[in-house]
Write a protein that binds this ligand. Sequence first.
Ligand SMILES: [Zn+2]
Length: 317
Amino acid sequence: MKVGRSKTRRSTQRPQGALRTIVSVYSACSALIVVSTVAALAQSPVKFDSNRAWGHLQQVVAIGPRPAGSPAIEQTRKYIREQLAAIGLKAVEQAWEDETPLGRVRLVNLIVTIPGASKDRIAITGHYDTKLFREFPFVGASDGGSSTAFLLEFARVLKARKNRLTYDLIFLDGEEAVVDWRGKDNTYGSRHYVEAAKRDGTLKSLKAMILVDMIADRDLGIRRDSNSTPWLTDIIWNTAAGMKLSNYFLPASTTVEDDHLPFLAAGVPSVDVIDLDYDAWHTRRDTLDSVSARSMQIVGDVLLAALPAIEQRLAAH
Ligand SMILES: [Zn+2]
């Protein structure tokens, strides 16, 4: 646009005959510019689109509280399946029953595989259940909602990307404690996934795991997690620093218990990308007012930019 306008301005100062020539040259040039721009767009990697992610977030929050085993979480699964089907992806259900302090609950992980050049896999995971609160309606815009919305949009991006490794997007059920976060009353979905993968031998091809959780806080501040694998954490935080996003991917550390622990215990390099400094955490205020599309954009941009270095590292080892 800028190039075109300055050319037009210059051409008006020329005599008539020359002007016609210049205009026709300019037309040819602008046509070339249009063609080359279209070609560049076709080749440029697909970007994470937080507007799409925000649309997903609005839809899942509108479903209401989505605790494990509820009709609302079944409705959420339907939405996830439909959105994936719309972009040509199939979600495979991994369903089981688990004992909880409130009795037996049917849980379901949803797994989407996007084949890459290698059969070795990187899992991008997040939970889609919300914590059960009887005192108030807890819709979990950031806690449960943002990871769901993020994974849906990230699936679209990865499907359009040329992937060196195979990607599994895993929507984990039952991250939240049914009553209290102690003993086995938490991370039902990740524990089940890892146990099943150990049993059927598929865990061997899983080379890394990236977990996203509570990533839409308006006031985004993600600290490094000392439980996470250092090299994986370094790549992501260094990528963010290179993008001048260290105000959001903070150099400070904390220690987090989350769905990455079962993967780590099974020897899978794993990282938790989580904003724990969230005022609305586990309150009635974890609504759309407390979150922003921009925060999801930042996380999407950083993780996407970090993938080549992660793939490179895995290919070298
Ligand atoms: Zn939670």
